[in-house]
Design a protein around this ligand. Structure first.
Ligand code: SF4
Length: 328
């Protein structure tokens, strides 16, 4: 393992200053992904900046939105009464991720930034443009069962591994960050990137910015939400395909809806066209099947992950059935 310095900071300004001193420096809080990557030799920062004392630990109702600090542990957020009351989809998604022990350590900010689980990314003898730009991609034409069916490029077909991120993009969350130029807010839909020619960049966060928290605007979805995760085993496995559904129902009619998928793209994948198709329509199987067809337009598989072309629409239909409560 590469030798590194460790420093603990007490405020955001110190964290930003430390990031500015060393281009390879990384922030660490729970460390549930970063430390693994360092052990594998995938990442080799010269300095770790511990931000556990920054105290972004609040979960609070802030006007018409729910605020969650970036160092709140995933297990704390998932069990929080405000989250359960106002944004239960987020709790469902977080409880589908990792294991209880990992959720006790992992933070909201860290979960936003967790890196892909593509096996070639973790194997330092493999060609991987994300780990080492310009070396190629062993997953294209290789073992790509877990890989993307939307938004991939010839440079990279990895997927974002987070369950939490799928719920956050469905709920129109906004990520709050602070950097050398001050504060800014990044809509969740713009926070993660598609690979394009620069798959080494997972997000639009600047290297010297610190995530301080996130906000989720109020909605009327609390009664009809579902996070469906299809995976190889019942616990502690990454999604082959996942679907987040949040609906506002008026009788049998879908007044409003948010839909997103995980395990299918380099970023949590919002299904806006399917949402628009379903708004104002009856919650019936016929419409759910049509929405799944719309959602799958443009999907491309790479061999081992061909099964996702069937699994994804079936999962969308099943998640819509569960969220709406229809029996047929
Ligand atoms: Fe690397 Fe992306 Fe290719 Fe996986 S899919 S080997 S992460 S470039």
């Amino acid at each position: 393992m590469h030798n590194f310095q460790y420093t603990r900071v007490k405020n955001t300004a110190n964290a930003i200053a430390e990031l500015g001193k060393d281009a390879s420096a990384k922030l660490v809080a729970g460390g549930t992904n970063l430390i693994d990557l360092m052990k594998y030799g995938v990442m080799a920062p010269d300095k770790l900046i511990d931000i556990n004392r920054l105290e972004f630990n609040d979960i609070k109702k802030d006007g018409n939105q729910l605020y969650i600090g970036s160092t709140v542990r995933n297990s704390v957020a998932a069990a929080d009464q405000l989250v359960l009351q106002y944004q239960p989809l987020l709790s469902q998604a977080m409880l589908a991720g990792a294991s209880p022990q990992l959720r006790n350590k992992a933070t909201m900010g860290g979960n936003l930034l967790q890196r892909t689980r593509c096996p070639y990314f973790y194997d330092i003898s493999a060609a991987c443009n994300k780990r080492k730009p310009g070396t190629g991609c062993d997953a294209v034409g290789g073992f790509n069962r877990m890989h993307a069916i939307f938004g991939g490029s010839s440079s990279c077909i990895a997927v974002n591994p987070s369950d939490m991120n799928v719920a956050l993009v469905a709920l129109d969350a906004v990520i709050e960050v602070t950097g050398p130029k001050g504060k800014r807010s990044i809509p969740m839909a713009d926070f993660h990137r598609l690979p394009g020619k620069n798959p080494e960049l997972d997000s639009t966060l600047d290297k010297r910015e610190v995530i301080t928290g996130l906000v989720i605007p109020d909605n009327n979805f609390a009664k009809n939400t579902t996070y469906l995760k299809v995976r190889d085993r019942a616990s502690y496995a990454f999604a082959l395909v996942s679907v987040a559904v949040a609906m506002e129902m008026e009788g049998n009619v879908i007044k409003d809806i948010r839909l997103a998928m995980g395990g299918v793209a380099h970023k949590p994948w919002r299904l806006t066209a399917a949402e628009n198709m379903l708004k104002g329509k009856a919650a019936v199987m016929e419409n759910f099947k049509l929405a799944a067809e719309v959602a799958m337009k443009g999907a491309v598989a790479y061999g081992h992950n061909d099964f996702k072309l069937k699994m994804a629409p079936n999962s969308i239909i099943q998640a819509l059935r569960t969220a709406s409560g229809i029996k047929a």
